[in-house]
Each structure stands twice: as C-alpha cells, then as structure tokens.
Design a protein around this ligand. Structure first.
Ligand code: ATP
Length: 297
C-alpha cells in the first residue's frame, strides 16, 4: 500500500534557514495493516503523515501510495488523491466538524455522493463507529470521544483505502482512547482499510499490528510485529536522552542540485561563498574550497 524510500522533506523557513524534517526515511506498509508511528517530538511523524496524505510534497526520494507516485503526480491528480484515496483524523476535532450541524449532517457534508445514497451511507458509517443512536444530536452536544468517532465516520465518507490519524486520542482520557482504538480496529477488519496512526501513547501501540519508531526523520526501528512490540517500546525509551550520531546525508533533488550541511561547508572554509570546486575522481565526486583546491590554476 505504501512504499517510502529515502524520503526527504526540507522546509524552507526563510532565505538562510532550512529544516530537514525527513532525512531519507524508508517505510513499507502492507495493504490492510494497522500500524503505529512513534518518536520524540520533532522527529518527523506529522511531516511523514502530511506527505502520505498528499497535503505537502516530499523534496526527494520515492513515495508510492496505492500505486500512485506522489513525487511526480500533477496538482490535479493530487487533489483527486486527497479526495478519493485518503481519509484524515486529527487530534483536534474542530478541524473536521461543524458544531451546529447534527452528527448525520456533518458526515453527509463532505461526501461525493448525491441524494438518498448520501444519507444511507452517512447512517451506515455512524453505526459502524458506534454512534448510530446519536445521529440527530448536534455536534456541540456530544462528548470529546463521541465527536472523535463522528470525525472518524467523516474520514471514511469517500471510501478511502488509507486512513491517516495524527494523535487521534490526544485530547481524550485513557478509557475513551481505548474505545477509539477499538473503532479503528473494527474498521480495519470490516472494511479492510489500511490505517497509520501517529501516537505518543505507548499503551495504544499494543493494539496495533506493527509499530515503527522514527528518529531524526528516519525509521530507527522497523518492522517489529506484534509479539515484539515490547522491543519497540524499549527502543523508543532509548531514544530519549541518547547521544545524536548519524551518517550525514546530503539531499540531491530531481535537477541534480545538492544540499550540503552548513557545518561541512564551514569546515572547508567556504562560509557564505556561492561556488565550490567539483571534481570527479575514481568514481567519487569531490567538493573543495576553490581557493584551497590543488587543481586551482
Ligand atoms: N511547516 C514547517 N516549516 C518549517 N519547519 C517545520 C514545518 N513543519 C515541521 N517543521 C519542523 O520539522 C521537524 C519535524 O516536525 P514534525 O512536526 O514532523 O515532528 P513530530 O514528530 O510530528 O513532532 P510532534 O510530536 O511534536 O508533533 C521539526 O524540527 C519541525 O520544527
């Protein structure tokens, strides 16, 4: 369902500052899987989810979802992808819901269907998330957990193949979180929808098929299936307070442009200069300070 290879995302903050939120991330998700993504704050979890959902485009690497290449897709196809292939659930319900409409009206609103089918499908979805008895209640009269279940029904309105949830239980208590996770599991089993959930809550990861830990924009422990999830949790605990050490990767974009870490440039004394000496030697590309190069004439 999802193939990420060497996925890179760079945010340009201003003229001089760029943040490399994903630094060559690899991830494969099978069709029908329900998987969790964990990692420290700032490790790139939300960035990954945004890339998977087509809300933003990756800078480099490979990202295929449901056979669609998200790096090469046209803007028009990306809009269609967001409407038809993915459904989103956020921590903050207000993003998805209109308080003075009923649960039923809220679910009907984003549907691409027309007329009676719309109403029937909306009812069916609300029943599926355990809200069949509250369909005529206005949203602002429902509890946080109930509103979140309506949000889940909405995310399914257009028959998505992939559900993406960013901290979906972040604003509810433990018991409600458990109920919401059970709703995800039911949908996963009954509709066969693939689900990716970002969470801080280690307890919730126990309900998932697989948990992947992200660190510094890369997958740090991969493909550990259910019996092994304790290993992932141990790994995740390890992440806290560990010394940073990793191989530095430079980003190569489609046009062959290279992004070199600032401290590397400083180390060879090029500072803010805008030219480097480029040499090809024995199958290696060498970058040198043009003022110090042995090849300087
Ligand atoms: N739009 C943006 N512009 C600039 N930098 C960004 C942007 N979005 C995220 N970042 C940066 O990218 C890095 C990864 O952020 P991201 O939100 O993906 O992390 P996260 O793991 O989801 O964190 P949290 O658990 O706190 O939500 C961080 O350093 C963050 O500051």
């Amino acid at each position: 369902m999802i193939t990420c290879e060497d996925l890179v995302k760079i945010y340009k903050v201003d003229e001089d500052l760029e943040v490399m939120a994903l630094q060559g991330l690899d991830l494969n998700v099978e069709k029908g899987e329900m998987m969790g993504i964990i990692g420290n704050s700032g490790s790139g979890k939300s960035t990954l989810l945004n890339m998977l959902g087509g809300l933003d485009r990756p800078t480099a690497g490979k990202l295929i979802v449901d056979g669609k290449d998200l790096l090469r897709m046209s803007d028009k196809d990306l809009v269609r992808y967001k409407l038809e292939t993915v459904g989103f659930i956020w921590q903050n319900n207000a993003k998805n819901l209109l308080p003075y409409l009923t649960a039923l009206e809220n679910v009907e609103l984003p549907m691409l269907l027309k007329g009676r089918h719309k109403r029937e499908r909306a009812k069916e979805l609300l029943e599926m998330v355990g809200m069949g008895h509250r369909i005529h209640n206005k949203l602002h009269m429902l509890s946080g957990g109930e509103q979140q279940r309506v949000a889940i029904a909405i995310s399914l309105a257009n028959y998505p193949k992939l559900l993406l949830a960013d901290e979906p239980t972040g604003s509810v208590d433990t018991k409600t979180a458990d109920i919401i996770l059970d709703v995800f599991r039911t949908l996963n089993q009954e509709l066969g929808v693939t689900i990716v959930i970002v969470t801080h809550d280690m307890q919730l990861t126990k309900k998932m098929d697989r948990v992947v830990a992200i660190r510094d924009g890369r997958t740090s422990s991969e493909i550990l299936r259910k019996p092994y999830y304790e290993d992932v949790l141990r790994e995740a605990e390890h992440i806290e307070g560990e010394e940073e050490s990793h191989v530095e990767l430079a980003v190569l974009d489609k046009a062959g442009r290279l992004q070199i870490p600032r401290d590397y440039l400083d180390a060879i004394g090029v500072g803010n200069a805008n030219k480097l000496q480029v040499l090809l030697e024995n199958g290696r590309i060498i970058l040198e300070n043009p003022n110090e190069s042995d090849y300087k004439k």
